[in-house]
Design a binder for this molecule. Structure first.
Ligand SMILES: Cc1cc2nc3c(=O)[nH]c(=O)nc-3n(C[C@H](O)[C@H](O)[C@H](O)COP(=O)(O)OP(=O)(O)OC[C@H]3O[C@@H](n4cnc5c(N)ncnc54)[C@H](O)[C@@H]3O)c2cc1C
Length: 342
């Protein structure tokens, strides 16, 4: 059998792409359209289940840079998605943003122009900063919602590691799995996150992966009932998040280059100390928390990759979502869907 399409990955990039694809396909085409999805949580753990997952426009203005424009468009696409589909696992929230040093204050003024006095129930005292309309995403719930939405479409899951891709003379793409199974397809979309870079020798290094990096991100997480609504506090670009329904407190994050999964305990302890100083409740000690690490893929100049890799436009890639997976995934899905001829 030759599939019409194979999507590699089951993180936010793959799920958003598949969702948008099936929403746009007309009903007749949908019935005869064969899709397989390859992913391996065991070998290539998805970042989308190891993330602090918040969404905010963060004062980004139009027309300043290409990256800024992409971030803005992606944010509004995410907001439209919330309005149109009302997925579970997303909570609208007021984000309090502050700083702890003159350097970080200057950074905030560059970004937000004006600061004001802000207060919140969790703060020891009023502070200078800003307040933003943001979103908290609960990654496991959101992931499950996508899987449920996609389940009617008969996507064939192949829970295995993709070892190699080759295009044969007729233009058909052959995917060799670790189990030695070979599956064939007319088109393929690689949504492989940080593994695009880590395992690039399996799939052939493409020029589009040059100057891209794997950056691990670690955060602290503990289950605790704080008997209060969700909150989202940011100080010096570090986050303290409480998701009240899940009774989960999250602090982060600390980065490590080159896909090293070992977390930077010193930075995490510093972040914990920073929030302990500002907050009027007991956050806990480092030992009260579990450390969670996800592997992010940083694109060249932080920009996402959403394009065909070959001239015939049979092999596509959605990667480099870096710190903006929940918004960039919408822009990338839109770009690839406008190019891919299915
Ligand atoms: C600490 C931290 C905080 C973050 N905070 C935010 C935030 O606040 N807001 C935000 O928008 N983003 C945030 N991010 C980034 C966001 O989580 C990522 O950008 C996003 O999850 C990447 O999604 P993805 O689908 O590209 O990759 P992944 O979720 O990593 O998915 C990759 C998929 O590909 C599969 N795969 C890869 N290679 C193979 C192979 N060879 N064979 C089979 N399967 C394969 C994997 O199994 C997996 O299913 C954060 C990340 C971290 C680590």
């Amino acid at each position: 059998m030759i599939y019409d399409l194979i999507v590699v990955g089951n993180g936010i990039a793959a799920q958003t792409f598949l969702f948008e694809l099936f929403t746009k396909l007309d009903v007749k085409k949908r019935q005869n359209f064969s899709v397989a999805q390859i992913y391996s949580e065991e070998i290539a753990a998805s970042c989308s289940l190891r993330t602090t997952a918040t969404v905010s426009l963060s004062g980004i203005e139009k027309g300043v840079s290409d990256l800024g424009n992409e971030l803005r468009e992606s944010f509004f696409l995410f907001e439209d998605f919330q309005k149109n589909h009302n997925p579970i696992g997303v909570e609208k929230i007021s984000q309090i943003v502050g700083f702890s040093s003159p350097k970080d204050r200057a950074k905030m003024i560059r970004r937000y122009k004006e600061l004001k006095k802000v207060n919140h129930l969790i703060l020891k005292e009023e502070m200078e900063g800003t307040e933003l309309n943001s979103y908290l995403v609960k990654p496991h719930l959101y992931h499950r919602w996508f899987n449920e939405q996609l389940s009617p479409y008969g996507i064939v899951p192949k829970k295995n590691f993709l070892k190699k891709i080759t295009k044969n003379n007729g233009g058909i793409i052959e995917c060799e799995l670790l189990s030695r199974e070979i599956i064939k397809t007319k088109k393929i979309v690689l949504c492989t996150g940080a593994y695009a870079k880590l395992f690039s020798e399996f799939c052939g290094e493409t020029e589009f992966l040059k100057n891209t990096y794997t950056v691990a991100g670690s955060f602290l997480e503990r289950s605790i009932n704080l008997f209060r609504p969700s909150f989202y506090l940011t100080i010096d670009d570090h986050n303290l998040i409480y998701r009240s329904n899940e009774q989960q407190l999250i602090l982060g994050s600390a980065s490590m280059n080159d896909g090293i999964i070992m977390a930077d305990h010193i930075i995490l302890a510093e972040i914990l100390a920073k929030f302990t100083q500002q907050c009027n409740f007991s956050i806990g000690d480092l030992s009260d928390f579990k450390i969670v690490t996800g592997l992010r893929h940083k694109g060249a100049k932080r920009r996402p990759i959403a394009r065909a890799l070959d001239l015939e436009k049979n092999i596509f890639m959605i990667n480099g979502l870096y710190k903006n997976g929940y918004t960039f995934s919408h822009l990338c899905a839109k770009k690839v869907l406008s190019e891919i001829n299915l």
